[in-house]
Design a protein around this ligand. Structure first.
Ligand code: ADP
Ligand code: MG
Length: 564
């Protein structure tokens, strides 16, 4: 009985393939980066598995990646001796996209090729990028631990279908052969391949090899020998000295670990010694991922122990409000068999988490101070998440507070650019509080009648309208000794800003309207707690105010819609 089977790609894969081939046309060579990245991940996974099951490595213990090409047949082959794939693995990984955020990604496509090209970069293209340069892709793979005759052959033209068959493969791992299309033929050149590989794989800790080529005097061309030659440095990037690492290498490493197509915004690389010893290389992306607010979204930090890859997405290594950070942490103290459960309990991990959070905050402080435009772009992408830290990480609250940016009545712009320090520097004579208002949108905040008196007196008010604001401010009561006060709650005392004449005038007015207030009180007695005379309004006749210690209407609505 034949084991061959023809299967259809998941709809999203078909969409991705089409989009990619059109939008990445000018950046064809990234297929190499993606395939090398996958081969390297496969070797990392095997090395990790072999800690517990050493027999998986068998005699083939030197993990490596090989790239070769064949001019006559117009093929390029990328081969690794990593973990390999079973038939089920192949169907799951090379026929569907299981990544989180996939649904959101496809929903956000516009049909405008240029815009979508930007988006696909953020989403990450992965294995399917092979079809940019190949008219056919063949994958031959044998999973570590399975017999030679349990290997799998996967073939596709990238047109919506693939075939899969059970075959025999002598060695463990995966070999991917690209049958190049016309656009791909330019890569049939040893010199060119080496140059690209050096750029894309120099940060990888495994050896990447190509056939050694020598100049043949007689034929006057380069001739391949049977020997393999090392193309990259083959030691983990983060173990090298900072001064030996180029910007380009840092950026490539970021792309490898983050699956992001864009350069990172900034990064920090440190070796920490002392009670706990570890190396951290942490990046801030330029753009927020699609699933930043998704409860199950992956966190971006990979854990290594003594250079051995242990796990992706180690959420214990950074607090939740820094979940946008990507990178690696390599610990010298944790045991190699560390599990997620152990991570939760470990004191070493607690030290790493605290140290890493401080590092990220320093990196952001540095960005805010020295690269304000980049900080503004960071804030626009991730500011709302950072604000969660006010509640989540009270030990760093002051530092987080200094990083906050707000919209305010100072410039009346929706863009959040005002820091608390800016605000404080503009405080009026006699002002000892920081005033803010929370509303459902910037427009609502800006047009609130509560602002009238503040505008009249020239007192700045922060205009808050992010979802997280009301919650976060529950935990954030003072900044540099000045309390933060919501102007839409009761108990507002602006006496310090009033002169004698104003006070007298107000007393007179109060006397005059007393009968009206009493009538309103009777009429509205079932609907409001109390009716009071206020001097917070200038043009509007009346407004509704929440008691000083009560939840705001905005938060009440939010809680209600969340079913509480
Ligand atoms: P990603 O690397 O982001 O997971 P890819 O599209 O690059 O996405 O790869 C999809 C999946 O296919 C990988 O997660 C992995 O499970 C599998 N895969 C790809 N290449 C290899 C390989 N060389 N060896 C083993 N598994 C592989
Ligand atoms: Mg990949």
């Amino acid at each position: 009985m034949s084991t061959a089977q023809t299967m259809g790609f998941q709809t999203e894969v078909k969409q991705l393939l089409q989009l990619m081939i059109h939008s990445l046309y000018s950046n064809k060579e990234i297929f190499l980066r993606e395939l090398i990245s996958n081969a390297s991940d496969a070797c990392d996974k095997l090395r990790f598995e072999s800690l517990q099951y050493p027999e998986l490595l068998a005699e083939d213990t030197e993990l490596r990646i090989r790239v070769s090409y064949d001019e006559a047949n117009k093929t390029i082959t990328i081969e690794d001796n990593g973990i390999g794939m079973s038939r089920e693995d192949v169907i799951a990984h090379l026929g569907t996209i299981a990544r989180s955020g996939t649904k959101e990604f496809f929903a956000s496509l516009t049909g405008d090729q240029q815009k979508d090209a930007q988006l696909i970069g953020q989403f990450g293209v992965g294995f399917y990028s092979a079809f940019i340069v190949a008219k056919q892709v063949q994958v031959l793979t044998r999973k570590a631990g399975l017999a030679a005759n349990e290997a799998v052959k996967w073939v596709s033209e990238g047109q919506g279908e693939y075939t899969i068959d059970t075959v025999t493969k002598e060695s463990r791992g995966t070999s991917i052969t690209l049958f190049l299309n016309e656009d791909g033929e330019e890569f049939l050149n040893g010199w060119k391949l080496k140059e690209i590989l050096r750029r894309y794989s120099d940060h990888i800790s495994l050896p990447v090899q190509m056939p050694k080529e020598e100049y043949d005097q007689e034929a006057q061309t380069m001739k391949k020998s049977n020997e393999w030659e090392l193309v990259n440095q083959a030691n983990a990037l983060w173990t090298r000295n900072k001064s030996d690492i180029s910007e380009e290498q840092y950026k490539e490493f970021y792309k490898h670990i983050s699956h992001d197509f864009n350069d990172p915004l900034t990064w920090t690389h440190n070796r920490v010694e002392g009670r706990s010893e570890y190396t951290q290389l942490l990046y801030i992306p330029k753009n927020a991922p699609f699933d930043l607010y998704d409860r199950d979204a992956k966190h971006g930090v990979k854990l290594y122990v003594k250079r051995v890859f242990i796990m992706d997405d180690a959420e214990q290594l950074l607090p939740n409000y820094l979940r946008f950070v990507r990178g690696i942490i390599d610990s010298a103290d944790l045991p190699l068999n560390v599990s997620r459960e152990i991570l939760q309990e470990s004191r070493d991990v607690k030290t790493i988490r605290e140290g890493s959070a401080k590092r990220v905050l320093s990196m952001l402080e540095d960005l805010a101070e020295n690269r304000p435009a980049d900080y503004a772009s960071f804030w626009a992408e991730f500011g709302q998440v950072l604000k969660e830290g006010l509640g989540e990480d009270q030990s760093n609250q002051e530092r987080i507070a200094k990083l906050l940016r707000f919209a305010s009545t100072h410039d009346e712009q929706a863009t959040q650019t005002v820091s608390l320090a800016d605000y404080v520097s503009r405080m009026k004579e006699g002002q000892d509080k920081i005033y803010y208002i929370v509303a459902e949108s910037f427009a609502n905040a800006k047009s609130s009648p509560h602002l009238e008196i503040f505008r009249k007196k020239g007192i700045e008010v922060l205009l808050l309208s992010d979802r997280v604001d009301e919650w976060a401010l529950n935990f954030f009561k003072t900044f540099e000794g000045k309390s933060l006060v919501s102007i839409s709650k009761g108990g507002l005392d602006l006496a310090a800003f009033e002169d004698e004449e104003e006070k007298k005038h107000q007393e007179e007015v109060a006397e005059n309207v007393k009968p009206l207030v009493e009538r309103l009180q009777t009429v509205l007695k079932d609907r409001v707690k109390t009716v009071e005379i206020t001097n917070r309004l200038v043009d509007s006749p009346a407004c509704v105010v929440v008691g000083q210690h009560e939840l705001s209407p905005h938060l009440l609505r939010m809680l209600k819609s969340a079913g509480q």
